[in-house]
Design a protein around this ligand. Structure first.
Ligand SMILES: C[S@@+](CC[C@H](N)C(=O)[O-])C[C@H]1O[C@@H](n2cnc3c(N)ncnc32)[C@H](O)[C@@H]1O
Length: 276
């Protein structure tokens, strides 16, 4: 209020009223008024720009960005992602939210958003303090995660079990938790076509496996993942080779979540996950 007049950009009390329609029972403690974020986005961005709120809270930034024709990414680790952000953005995109800046922006609804949940951490410490693959990962999740980490597109072949992902026309990845033997390599080799190559990520293997088949590379997990991690740093990076690609077609057409989507009773969604 010392910089911008509350009559121009609103007040926390206005903001609480704006959030109420999306979650009447549990009004968020410190929401910002839509008019305040509108002022900030007017000054700092243009239509089509990408706005990031990495602490999304009740979802005001995303709602305002949507109404102002900006693209946005919101990140929220609290349950508000389900109880506030999701229902709010759903009402914004279907046009039933007419509060906040809707009238000023002549907002009638439209466009859409995608709602993603992060997968659990891939690595976890065991009882001896060693980093191991998290047991929450089933075989499919692990295969998808390894493919992403190694720069392959996860795309399991229905006919050949070892073709789980591809990096080029002839290069494949196969992740397994089974002990790898030279016999199992021979069996795979028999079904490989000339010119095809394969990376196998496994938890343990017979030592002959590394040199047994020239076009099959064998690597051990979780060591191969650990090579990508940096520990005991303030700003560590997990070097993900295969960054998500912007889906231009989705962007232009606008993706609304399916009507029967996603918040279920236990707050787990049926929406795409990290690996979809
Ligand atoms: C005060 S709210 C922010 C509200 C919103 N950005 C606004 O301006 O109205 C802060 C939010 O950040 C979330 N948060 C805190 N640490 C986080 C993290 N590491 N990743 C994602 N969200 C986080 C909290 O759950 C809380 O909802």
């Amino acid at each position: 209020m010392t910089i911008w007049k509350y009559s121009e950009v609103g007040h926390n009390q206005d903001a609480k009223k704006e959030v109420k329609p999306f979650n009447n029972d549990d009004v968020f403690e410190t929401p910002k008024p839509e008019r305040l974020i509108e002022r900030v986005l007017t000054l700092a961005s243009n239509p089509g720009d990408l706005v990031l709120d990495s602490f999304l809270g009740s979802g005001t930034t995303a709602a305002v960005a949507q109404k102002m024709g900006r693209r946005y990414i919101g990140i929220e680790l609290g349950n508000h992602a389900y109880t506030h952000c999701y229902p709010r953005l759903k009402m914004v995109t279907n046009g039933t939210d007419q509060g906040g800046i809707s009238k000023a922006q002549n907002w009638k609804g439209g466009s859409g958003f995608k709602f993603y949940e992060l997968a659990p951490s891939l690595l976890k410490e065991d009882q001896f303090g060693n980093l191991v693959i998290n047991k929450e990962y089933n075989a499919d999740m692990l295969a998808a995660a390894m493919a992403k980490q190694e720069g392959y597109t996860y795309q399991p072949d229905t006919a050949l079990y070892w073709k789980q992902g591809q990096s080029s026309e002839h290069d494949y990845i196969y992740t397994t938790t089974q002990f790898l033997t030279v016999e199992s390599l021979d069996a795979i080799k028999e079904t490989m076509q000339e010119g095809e190559s394969l990376l196998i990520c496994c938890t343990a293997f017979q030592k002959e496996c590394t040199t047994h088949t020239p076009n099959i590379t064998v690597k051990k997990n979780p060591q191969m993942l650990l090579g990508r991690c940096e520990f005991n740093k303030d700003n560590y990076n997990l070097n993900i080779i295969d960054m998500p690609q912007l889906d231009i077609e989705d962007d232009t057409e606008g993706i609304a979540l399916p009507e029967d989507s996603p918040v279920t009773e236990n707050n787990k969604t049926t929406n795409p996950t990290l690996f979809d």
